[in-house]
Design a protein around this ligand. Sequence first.
Ligand SMILES: O=C1O[C@H]([C@@H](O)CO)C(O)=C1O
Length: 545
Amino acid sequence: KTHFHKWEVKYAYKSPDCYKKLAVTINGDSPGPTIYARQGDTIVVEVNNTLVTENVAIHWHGIRQRGTPWSDGTEGVIQCPIMPGADTFIYRFIVDKAGTYLYHAHYGMQLTAGLYGFIIVSVPDGVSQPFVYNHDKTIILKDWYHASTYEQATGLSSIPFGWVGEPQSLLINGRGRFNCSLVDSALCNATNPECSPYSLSVVAGLTYRLRIGSLASLSALSFEIENHSMTVVEADGNYVEPFETKNLYINSGETYSVLVTANQEATRNYWITTNVVGRKPSTPTGLAIWNYSPVPHDLTPPTDPTTGPLWNDTASQLSQSRALKAHHDYVQTPPNSERLIVLLNTQNLIDGRTRWSLNNRSLTFPATPYLIALKEGFTDAFDQKPPPDSYDREHYDIYSVADNVNATASNAIYRIGFNTTVDIVLQNANTMTKDTSETHPWHMHGHDFWVLGFGDGKSPFNPLNDTKRLNVVDPILKNTVPLYPYGWTALRFRADNPGVWIFHCHIEPHLFLGMGIVFEAGIEKVGELPKSIMGCGETKRLISP
Ligand SMILES: O=C1O[C@H]([C@@H](O)CO)C(O)=C1O
């Protein structure tokens, strides 16, 4: 079955947290419409960019794009962006795996500006899932800023550096609440119905599958439902060996399904809350209501909202990450790997500007998208010398503020043998601030990867032959995984999807500052590129194949 969607991307005034600001919307909405489909279906989205001056590209997050790398929607990597002033681009791809996925802008800072939403893929008819529930609901989490993304992007690329800071609000299904008394401004209206809390109505005794996704710009979040426990059953479109938790940690780019049974005193409502973790919070708790019908859906719960776990309890976040294992009926033990890439994550100055680098390379996109340059043989379009597979592991002190004087901005890419299995070890380090290391959610396009393990400090081993510290028995497949402060994360993937793909930190300002790598695998197996990814408007027709 093919699902057609016609989207107009445009600016609209929105007050998701009572404060009125311009947001990039889809057909006037932020978050955008949820795409529903069944495994094996084709999704066609005709995107019409009516922004006045900004390009757009939309990424289908978690969808592997097998055979359609040109529909991955990443500006600079696989397509010329969709031009403003009503240029149109048609994304067409197959959703080949049931699960909970996301979409969002992948151009500049437009995710922060509000272009984001869900893709829900259900199992084919007659196929069962390894858990049961009565109803299926979606909850999308977002952090929200009042400054425009133009101001943010300008600060990030200026000398001196202007950091975006902590968000003003946390939104649950596009609704939050900023304290209007903090600003002397007619722009903030606490009685605007747009910012009344989202209320999820439940019937006592029934079990709900909540599909929870985060597309935060910066914040790692914890999510909980007062007095109700959650059983985690799915992560990034993969079944999990079920485990129970009071609060769910969720990073930007991750999705989870949890089962929640409405088994508490049903004569009142309860708080649904989300809180910042991983960075010292200054953003108020995000609030929604767990409503037992027929209690009025907007009746404020009689209790104080839960404040979540301690923001810096990394051990508890790590223990949830380690609890995630492939469901026992869906274990795919990864084959041995053939290559190891160790990526040292550092923040450093390049030409006086603050950037993020991997092995001293800070990613910049070339003017010609990689996919087109590689396919058409434009060897001068980007630096042809691949970046290093490792760093000076023997001498580098991850606990010091390092100078990293050799850090450079680079558009070089990794070349990976098609169908080979690769291990990646993400190694965290100190930032340019003393005694500071941050959490980074790493997201891979075009593939899921096995999460082999996490550790503290410097990864002391070569995962190619160390199976003791790693889980090669029942590792979970994911597309986004956290790298914790001063820690390491090891993952393995099979480069079995021909194309050019980006692997990057999902904190949007960090990607903006170069925190990602691009790799190519099997480019010779990519079919003829659609002309619509090249150029703009009718000029696309002039381009010879
Ligand atoms: O990239 C970042 O910059 C700031 C800080 O390191 C300097 O202001 C911060 O917290 C980041 O994550």
